[in-house]
Design a protein. Sequence first.
Length: 289
Amino acid sequence: MIATDQIRGPARRARLGRATAYRARRHGRLDAPGLRPLLPTLPPPEPGALLELPDIVTPFVMEAQAGALRAVGQLRSRLLRDKRRLIIAIHAESVRVVTQYDVRAEPSPAALARYGETVGGWRADAELCRARAAALTHEANQRLACYWDAVWLTVQTARAEERRLAAQARRARERTRTPGAPPPGPTAGPAPAGAPAAAGEAGEAARPHFTPRPAHWLPGRVTLDATWQDVDAWLLTGGTPAPAPAAHARTHAVARALEILDTQPRRDGAPAPTGHRPRPAADQQEGTR
């Protein structure tokens, strides 16, 4: 059974710090006057409709993106540096597996099991690195959410206040134009019994509609690039995007060995599905708990 305090601790640590959130909201309030012309005045949205909003890039957005990308890049370089001996071992074992299976055509389950153990260690470490990188991107998006919330709230509040003042001025002009209406001000006579209610209803009618920031609108959203979707490719490219293979290019030994490892038949004799990747050891242990 999972205790409640085992969840509250990570949840508290996952929240954005007060100082970081305050700084993001402060930047949003300061940038709101300059961003107001870029945010169109929108009518109340229909249920289920998405608002068409511009994609804005501000210095704060660039700062959040650059900080997240720098931290993610450091995570990847640190992993490749700390696991360089493991990567070298995988390259060496890949040549042996390819030689045993393709050149000699003599399958060796024991050699393939040792190779699978080495690759499994690499995949577990790489998946852990990817989880940490995803957490960094989520933190950056939290900062951006605080920033854009402050921008949206400041702009909407200023527009609502301007509409309220304009409605008050319009009602004042209408009262002065109406024959026999008492002039506004402290010298006016006592109002009729139904006047306060009518004024309250008029104020409610003149109150503008306030739309909260749409959840889908988060300019500068930080996401992991496509290279994080296949950590095995880092064994061939070192974490950089792989170039398109030429027509006469030969298959890399590591790629061929991984294909041999991942396409082994199951116990029931059926071949493994194409592109199958065994789960990392950490995920398998969590599933058995």
